[in-house]
Design a protein around this ligand. Sequence first.
Ligand code: FAD
Ligand code: DLZ
Ligand code: SF4
Length: 509
Amino acid sequence: MKILRLILGDQLNPNHSWFKKLDDEILYVLMEVKQETNYVLHHAQKILGIFAAMRDFKSMLTKENHQVIYLGINEKSNLHSFKANLKNLFDQYNVQKFEYQEPDEYRLDQDLMELCNEVSIQSERFPSEHFFTHRFEVREMFAGKKQWLMESFYRAMRKKHCVLMSEDGKPVGLKWNFDHENRKAWKGEPKVFEDHRPIHDHSELWDEITTARIKSFGNHNASQFRWPLNRKEALKHLDFFIGHILIYFGDYQDGMHKDETRMFHSLISFALNTKMLSPKEVVSAVEKSYLSNQLSINTAEGFIRQIIGWREYIRGYYWAHMPALGDQNYFNHQLPVPNWFWNGQTKMNCLKYTINQSLDEAYAHHIQRLMIVGNFSLLAGLHPKSLHEWYLGIYIDAFEWVEMPNTLGMSQFADGGKLASKPYVSTANYINKMSNYCEGCYYSKNERVGDKACPFNSLYWNFFIANSQQLSKNPRLAIVNKQIRDMDPNLIEDIKLQAKNLIKNIENI
Ligand code: FAD
Ligand code: DLZ
Ligand code: SF4
């Protein structure tokens, strides 16, 4: 029976059981389609990275004597949608059965289910064999609960998968969570390692992408492309991170600096999310390093929590709340994303550095995404769905299942606090504590009102004043709510006016 198997651009796992045996009756297909490149405006490196990794995967399969069809972006027969291309291929190759791995994005999941209903041939969906959890595991665990605590999920995962557990069923080190209470700012020491990622020249591929008139933004950096593009490169990168960098990760996880973009972060998200790496092997490599005394329990636990905890929890949260999640807007925020999000031209140093870095590298680390861009967006009242599209486009690791819950849930509190127990917002105080962005900024970090006052300061207080109804009962906000109750009414009026003017003038701040 002739079988056609679809491989999506984020399903590049050579260890998938599909590839264990050779079969002449099986045809694999990968396709570069405008349906995917154009559904939001993408960073050039994201398009390059996905196409280059898909092409590499195709070469690997071909070398192993699998039969592969590859529809390139400029291929004449390419109809630029999965459904249209697949229907064509079913006819062309007399396909009797269609097989695919479960897509991680709701939209494509629906699309492929529709296709299966529309055609008369058999079809079958396979697990992607990537995650620790199944799609609805988080939903099942929190059924009937108002707040979905990541920490309870994380502990259940540690037990279920026997990660960092003693034989007596207790967590290793007798604590579940060694979170650094006092994360440090980075002041130049320890030295950040040189960028050890591979360098690829993808100028020709970039020419193909421009010939196809695919719109994009950001620096393509095609001749010096720095992201791992196959499993071998990703494993080497992971090894270096665990062997040299991970020991500093926890201490400086929240630090930001004008001169350093990577700090001590792993930069494995692109390789993980395209499934070149599996979360299970990342967790077991870190655990092994701990067991051979190369890492402390604090370091190993802190990093493992990101993968087995946050990453899986976020995915489960996505599937539990789709399709409604995309339209959540708890504060009814409507402000369009300012133009300077696309070019980095703002006087606010923290945003200028973070956005320009994102445009250059298609990467910013968690605290830059959460406490610089997300913080500002929530305080200013940007429309959550439009902001989600910006995040989905700009970061090389952005796939909807992971980006949307982080943006709408964690960062914008658009779900009313199901994912985050309080809004992640701050004044300039936090930004100044964790970074050197405020040095030399046009704005003054200490002022709340006036021409040079840091926008974060008035916007922060204005946010709590404006949303007091929704937030006044939140026990984690008791202090801020009391501060507002005790505030001089004249100061409240000044803050409101300052914030109103900032928002009116948002394109020029
Ligand atoms: P490290 O800091 O080294 O962390 C290691 C790994 O832990 C990451 O690679 C990631 O796989 C996992 N991880 C840590 N935190 C999270 C989290 N909150 N959610 C899911 N995984 C996590 N991550 C994405 O992979 N894709 C996205 O599109 C994305 N969008 C985000 C948008 C916003 C608004 C925020 C606040 C966070 C977002 N994150 C996203 C989570 C996190 O910022 C990135 O996973 C991380 O910055 C990737 O860089 P890294 O590999 O160097 O991570
Ligand atoms: C993100 C992306 C882009 C830009 N282009 C393609 C593509 O041309 N072909 C493809 O198979 N996948 C692409 N992707 C990744 C998909 O958007 C991703 O597989 C879905 O969002 C499911 O997570
Ligand atoms: Fe950002 Fe305000 Fe500091 Fe400037 S002063 S870098 S705008 S926090």
